[in-house]
Every structure is written in C-alpha cells, then in structure tokens.
Design a protein around this ligand. Structure first.
Ligand code: NAD
Ligand code: ZN
Ligand code: ZN
Length: 430
C-alpha cells in the first residue's frame, strides 16, 4: 500500500538535502552520437553561440505573468537572472498547458501565490549553465520536468522510486532551492516560480536535476508533451500496471493522461482496452488511442465495477485511474480480477479525500498501486521515452489537437476550461 502514498504526496514539501551532480546521461557529448547527429549538433551549438553571449547577464524577455487567480495572464517584459550553482538557464521553444497549471492558476481551496509564472510542460535549448553543472552544455536540447533526479538520494538510488528527496515537486515554493530567491523580476519586484520550471517565459531558470537531455533530432514542438502528462499516463501502464500481451485493461478518465495510459496498453499489446468516462464526447477521440470499448457510468444503475466484471468474466487484468475522483479510484480498484488484478491510481484527489474499500477486496489478491510521473526518473528515463517516439513505437501527434502563438496563450486556458481538445502547443517564437 506504500505506493498509494505516492499519488497523495504531490503537495508535500521538499526535504532539503545536499546535492551532488554525478549520474549517467544517455546523450553525453557529440562524440558519442551518430555522424548525422554530430553534424546537426555542431550546427546547433554554433547557432546557439549567440545565446551563450548572454551568459552571466540578466536577460530581458517576454513572459506570461499571472497576477491574480483566474485572471488572464499578462504578456510583458521580465528580467531573467543568470543561473546560480547547479542551475541552468534555458530558452523555451514550445510549451503546452496541463491541468496542473490550470488548477494552481484558479487557486481554489489553496493559499494563492501570485504574481507567478506558470508552465511546466515544455521543451527548450540550454542558453547557459551555472557553477557545478555537469552533463549539460549550451545548445543541448532539454525537457524541463516538475520533479527532479539528484542522483544521490535514497529514492534516486532505488530502482523502484522516482520521488527524489531533493527535487520532488513542491507546488508551494515560488523560489529557487539554492538561495531561496526568484530568478524572475519586473522592475526589481520578484515574480514567483512554479514547480521549478515556469515555462510560460521565453527564458527560464531550472535546477539542472530537473532537465532531461534529449536526442537533438527530436522535434521539440512534439516531444514537449512528454515533459508531463503523456509520460505520466504512459508510464503508469508500462512501468506500474505492466499488462501482459493479450491482457484486458480498463482506463478511467479519457483526458490526455488517460489516453496516454491507453497508448501504453496498446503498446503492451492489450487485447481489450475499456475506456470509462462521464463525458461521451471523449469516446470518439479515444478510438485513435486503441480504446476498444466504452462505458459511461451514468448509463447504468449499478456501480461501473460490476458492469466491468460482467463484461470480462470476473474483472479486468489491469486498471489505470486518471480522473482524480475518489469514486473512480474505488471502481478502478474493485473492477480488477481477483487473484492477479492490479489497479494503478494516477489522478490527484483533493487533499482531504479518503479512499475506502472492503479489506476482503485486497485479501482476494488484488493489488493497489499509485504512481507519480509514471515512475519515470526524469533524467535517466525521459531520453528513452523520446526515442520511443523517434522509433515510431509511441505516437504523439494524436495528442496535439491545437496550436497557438505565445501571444494567444490565454486562449489555451479557455480551451482547457471548456474541456476542448487534449494538448495545445504554444510556440514561443510566433
Ligand atoms: N500522478 C501524477 O504524476 C500526475 C501527473 C499529471 C496529472 N495527474 C492527474 O491525472 C488526472 C487526469 O489528468 P488529465 O489532464 O487527463 O485530466 P482531464 O480533466 O483532461 O481528464 C479527466 C477525465 O476524467 C473524467 N472523469 C472525471 N471523473 C470521472 C469518474 N468518476 N468516472 C469516469 N470518468 C471521470 C472526466 O470527464 C475527464 O474526461 C488529474 O487528476 C491530474 O491531476 C497526475
Ligand atoms: Zn534524488
Ligand atoms: Zn502537468
């Protein structure tokens, strides 16, 4: 049951620890890359040499600043300070909007932290690095991640965990770890960071342990979606639920995270993928993700777990919950087959929510797990997920339903509030 805690610890504070920067990276230096990659990489570093001219200087640039809860973001000039020890300043090329941005922007039932620069799903290029940073250079292509990998703590050393002690998500902190200060300001007034990434800015400063260095050939306008939601759903299925070929899998919630979980089930070779959602509008889209059957709990006068058990001769082999609703979490657990069924919780419930089920459901050899960022270690594992896309094993294009220029970022919020589409890619240069 300790895995259940994982999904519920999203809002816990970071336990400060000493940082040491040594751990393996997949793309170490241009000499380790194939010839074509080396060529592009050298073009890219000469192209970025202009960027490195700004090293050590404050960069004035455009950012979308949230001044008040639920009010449109204001695109304005901010000053971005140089990276300090163990930090990296990156030029954001593309960012997308995820539900977590919306949740903290709306700031319902929270202690609001404004002014703030939101954004955590993105892709960018290293502009300069701070003292002590190893394994990242100017011109490297990177995905910033809201949770990090220090490489040294008990979690980073464990094969089973990705919940780094030092760099675990902290939604309450608006400053950098090293000195407790913000790198963003407007006329001397500090602007708060968000989950250590703040990607709704042309330049941002991120802890080096929260940056995954990726294949420089990967298109940043596509792989940016791997820096949060898609990796979360995909990993929940592939790394945690682990369905066998031919298995039956139920997915609760057919938003971007749930559909990424379905994509994981498709890749694993599941024979039946049952999608469960209240919103019938999601069903047509879900077919593209390999979902074979649909259930709307509102269409039945009995609990949906009973409907699933009848459809599957006793229950599905695996289930993945991607809603944040306690009701769906209970259904997801109770719909798996006794003896071998595994249910995985991904959705983030409200802080006070309580999960209840009869202990006999567990005794009957069902397993309940939870996951955070799909159990991927961001620096070690994300480059491989990017390569799954490059090798055409993982499909990403179908998640991208909208594109907008940075100047229209508020429209991306409107789309998400209305529940339209899956991912909207915001181009910083348009
Ligand atoms: N654990 C993690 O690391 C992690 C990371 C990212 C997101 N999340 C969480 O994953 C969840 C899904 O994110 P998303 O962006 O796909 O959200 P989304 O809002 O786009 O999709 C959720 C879907 O669930 C459906 N739904 C809600 N209650 C339901 C119920 N009781 N039964 C069936 N369907 C129901 C909604 O109709 C919606 O289509 C959120 O709770 C989000 O906070 C977790
Ligand atoms: Zn760590
Ligand atoms: Zn996210």
């Amino acid at each position: 049951m300790s895995h259940v805690r994982k999904a519920l610890t999203l809002f816990e504070k970071v336990n400060g620890r000493c940082f040491h920067p040594h751990w393996p990276l997949s793309y170490k230096s241009p000499n380790h890359l194939p010839p074509q990659t080396r060529l592009l990489s050298s073009i890219s570093s000469s192209a970025t040499s202009t960027m490195s001219n700004t090293a050590g200087l404050v960069i004035p640039c455009k950012a979308a600043v949230a001044w008040e809860a639920g009010k449109p973001l204001v695109i304005q000039q901010v000053e971005v300070a140089p990276p300090q020890a163990m930090e990296v300043r990156i030029k954001i090329k593309y960012t997308s909007l995820c539900h977590t941005d919306l949740y903290f922007w709306e700031a319902k039932d929270q202690t609001p932290l404004f002014p703030r620069i939101f954004g955590h799903e993105a892709a960018g290029i290293v502009e300069s690095v701070g003292e002590g940073v190893a394994g990242l250079e100017v011109g490297d292509h990177v995905l910033p991640v809201f949770t990090g990998e220090c490489g040294e703590c008990a979690h980073c050393k464990s094969e089973e965990s990705n919940m780094c002690n030092l760099l675990r998500i902290n939604t309450d902190r608006g400053v950098m770890l090293s000195d407790g200060k913000s790198r963003f300001s407007i006329n001397g007034t500090p602007i708060n960071h968000f989950v250590g990434t703040s990607t709704f800015s042309e330049y941002t400063v991120v802890h080096s342990g929260c940056l995954a260095k990726i294949n420089p050939l990967a298109p940043l306008d596509k792989v940016c979606v791997l820096s949060c939601g898609i990796s979360t759903g995909l990993g929940a299925t592939l790394n945690v639920a682990k369905p066998k070929k031919g298995a039956s899998v139920a997915i609760f919630g057919l938003g971007a995270v749930g559909l990424a979980a379905a994509e994981g089930a498709r890749i694993a070779g599941a024979s039946r993928i049952i999608g469960v959602d209240f919103n019938p509008g999601r069903f047509e889209e879900a077919k593209k993700f390999g979902v074979t059957e649909f259930l709307n709990p509102k269409d039945y006068d009995k609990p949906v777990q009973e409907v699933i058990a009848e459809m599957t001769n006793g229950g599905v082999d695996r289930s993945v919950e991607c809603t944040g609703s306690i009701r769906a979490m209970i259904s997801a657990f109770e719909c798996v087959h006794d003896g071998w069924g595994v249910a995985v919780l991904v959705g983030v419930p409200s802080k006070e929510a309580v999960f209840m089920t009869k202990p006999i459901n567990v005794l009957n050899e069902r397993t309940l797990k939870g996951t955070f960022f799909g159990n991927y270690k961001p620096r070690t594992d994300l480059p491989t997920v990017v390569d799954m896309y490059m090798n055409k094993k993982l499909e990403l294009d179908k998640f991208i339903t909208h594109r907008l220029p940075f100047s229209e970022i508020n429209k991306a919020f409107e789309l998400m509030v209305k529940g339209e589409g899956l991912r909207c890619i915001i181009s910083m240069e348009d």
